[in-house]
Design a protein around this ligand. Structure first.
Ligand code: F6P
Length: 319
């Protein structure tokens, strides 16, 4: 029996440990593992290869993905999905694991409804925005990268009496910004899920400045599209020299944390066991310290909601 794995969408730390677990555990279970290179694009173009133990030797500690990834526009056309399925048939691949985020799960849902293939999506995105899952592969390392950057920025900020406005990724989900603001002790945090009260924030920060505060660290989630506005607001209203830093793709770098490596292994083992046991069209999620499967149909129509506790913890950073 043949089984394949691919990565789709933005890369995230934890993909390589997952790929290694996939190869090791597939062989242990008597399955023939295959790699699909470059995501759905590679599937359409038949970039499929038998996976061997030696392919995954020495990759556990690496960020990114050795089998590459892509965002595929062509996969949204039926003609190319047919091509993709025909390619899988050439290798007798009847089981497929996709490491990716919401867009990839949606593509996988459509594909599995149209063709006779058993599929599981493993949440792998730094955004941590998969419905019902409290964790996605890559978010832990991304947060550590952000926190290290913020610690460094605070050093220069406090030395030069400046404000720094730091933009984090996360699309329209404020998790990365909120958690990094809380754990770095930021003074301001802007996320799509919480409205900022500029009036009371100004009053509070002006009082602090009067009492000796001489620097400010502000974290903005890219989804707010308010980074430049906040820079201008600090300069104008708080009269503090302000610099903007967009962390960008740095957040997808780094080496997978220990937690990421453990979770990658668990996600893969649960998924392969399920694919061996039954036909499925699902995604695996992690909630309340347990692994669970949800239909792709259900998951792809729902949006993740930011935990209320996290929003509550931001109260001093938004007013
Ligand atoms: O979904 C992961 C993510 O890193 C988002 O946080 C970000 O908005 C987006 O991907 C960036 O995409 P790209 O790498 O295609 O520029």
């Amino acid at each position: 029996m043949s089984i394949a794995i691919m990565c789709s969408g933005g890369d995230s730390c934890g993909m390589n440990p997952a790929i290694k677990s996939f190869v090791d555990y597939s062989y242990e279970k008597g399955l023939q593992p295959y790699f699909i290179y470059e995501g759905f694009e590679g599937l359409i173009d038949n970039k499929i290869k038998k996976a061997k133990h030696k392919d995954v030797a020495g990759i556990l500690h690496l960020g990114g993905t050795i089998i590459k990834t892509s965002r595929s526009k062509r996969f949204y056309e039926k003609e190319f999905r047919q091509k993709a399925f025909d390619n899988l048939k050439k290798y007798d691949i009847t089981k497929l694991i996709v490491l990716g985020g919401n867009g990839s799960f949606n593509a996988l849902k459509i594909f599995s409804q149209e063709f006779d293939i058993s599929v599981i999506g493993i949440p792998a995105t730094i955004d941590n925005d998969i419905y019902e899952s409290s964790y996605t592969l890559g978010v832990d390392t991304a947060l550590n990268v952000i926190i290290n950057a913020l610690d460094d920025i605070r050093n220069t900020s406090s030395s030069s009496k400046r404000a720094f406005v730091v933009e984090t990724m996360g699309r329209d989900f404020g998790y990365l910004a909120a958690v990094s603001a809380i754990t770095s002790g930021a003074e301001i945090c802007l996320i799509p899920e919480a409205k900022i009260n500029y009036e009371s924030l100004e009053k509070k920060l002006k009082k602090e400045i009067k009492e000796g505060r001489d620097y400010i660290l502000a974290i903005v989630s890219e989804g707010t599209k308010q980074t430049d506005k906040l820079v201008l607001w600090i300069q104008t209203n708080l009269k503090m020299q302000t610099r903007k830093i967009v962390l960008g793709h740095l957040q997808r770098g780094g080496n997978p944390s220990v937690f990421e490596r453990r979770m990658a292994n668990e996600f893969v083992i649960y998924s392969i066991d399920k694919l061996i046991k039954e036909k499925t069209k699902s995604a695996i999620i992690y909630k309340n310290c347990k692994f669970k499967f949800i239909d792709l149909e259900t998951i792809s129509n729902k949006k993740q909601v930011l935990n209320k506790k996290i929003i509550k913890q931001l109260k001093n950073m938004i007013k």
